[in-house]
Design a protein around this ligand. Sequence first.
Ligand SMILES: NC(=O)c1ccc[n+]([C@@H]2O[C@H](COP(=O)([O-])OP(=O)(O)OC[C@H]3O[C@@H](n4cnc5c(N)ncnc54)[C@H](O)[C@@H]3O)[C@@H](O)[C@H]2O)c1
Length: 321
Amino acid sequence: MHVVITGAGGFLGNRLARALAERGRLRGAPITALTMADLSAPEPVAAPFPVRSRACGVAQRDQVDALLSDGAEVIFHLAAIVSGQAEAEFDLGMAVNLTGSLNLFQAARALGTCPVVVFTSSIAVYGGEAPDPITDTVLLNPQTSYGAQKAAAEMILTDMSRRGFIDGRGLRLPSITIRPGRPNRAASSFMSSIFREPLQGQEAVCPVPPDYVLWALSPRRCIENLIHGAELPGQAFGPNRCLALPGRSYTIGEMVEAMRRVAGEAPVRLIRWEVDPELMRIVADWRGRFAVEKALRLGFVRDESFEDNVRQFLSEELGRG
Ligand SMILES: NC(=O)c1ccc[n+]([C@@H]2O[C@H](COP(=O)([O-])OP(=O)(O)OC[C@H]3O[C@@H](n4cnc5c(N)ncnc54)[C@H](O)[C@@H]3O)[C@@H](O)[C@H]2O)c1
């Protein structure tokens, strides 16, 4: 079983590679090779099977063809330009999130073996006039360029799966928090930084009011879900190849209270509340409440509480507790 990950140098791609290395198996077979690809060749993870590292810009079809020239049974397509940057740089978002995804799907099709393709979409595909909570059959109505690019790629993934070219699965990720490292250009970056920085004794600005509701999932559960998405038989998805993953709805205020319960008063005092109207313009329409019956029925998972996410960050990223 040869597995390929695009965006493998990123936050989730790297964690996915490590999780696959630990498991050693996928879809009932041993993993015999893992190819990690990103704009520049990512650091290969330690694994009991060969791990190759490749530079591949997904916006260039010839580079994607070269990446898949050794074949692949399972491809996790994570490479993307995140929401804030895709809003600021329209052409770049189109090239990577839309053309890059189509390049990947076409190159996978060209293998002629109908490989499994797990595509990381986003709940940014929803917005505008839509019921609250969002249910499994709500129409996609993205209100950002990032969401529109993801939604368009989802359509083609579903059609190419219907045609039997690829075995696609599109998973709409909640906001994955708490993300370690430095702030990135995702509009959702604050959803991690207001916990990550204070838990390390640094100040952070919260650019939304405490009653802002978000749909969140921890990195660990997200990776479990990406792997589960590859393990399920394609027929399990039915004609809707793309679905919203489970998460939990919290207000920012509830999340801060959860951090207080786990880590005490000190980190909470390091949050400065300062609404950013420009950022609110992007995130105001993101949906925070979902009824994800299909994903739960298919065995996708979520956290018990945001306290879990805080404890996970403290133990896995900061080596505390
Ligand atoms: N983290 C989240 O909260 C979240 C939420 C919803 C959806 N997603 C989706 O999950 C996936 C992974 O997200 P992440 O948080 O790890 O993001 P990330 O920014 O950490 O990783 C994305 C990777 O894609 C790479 N990339 C960018 N342009 C590329 C190109 N032209 N060719 C090849 N690689 C390129 C980047 O170098 C980066 O390493 C993305 O598809 C993202 O849209 C993430």
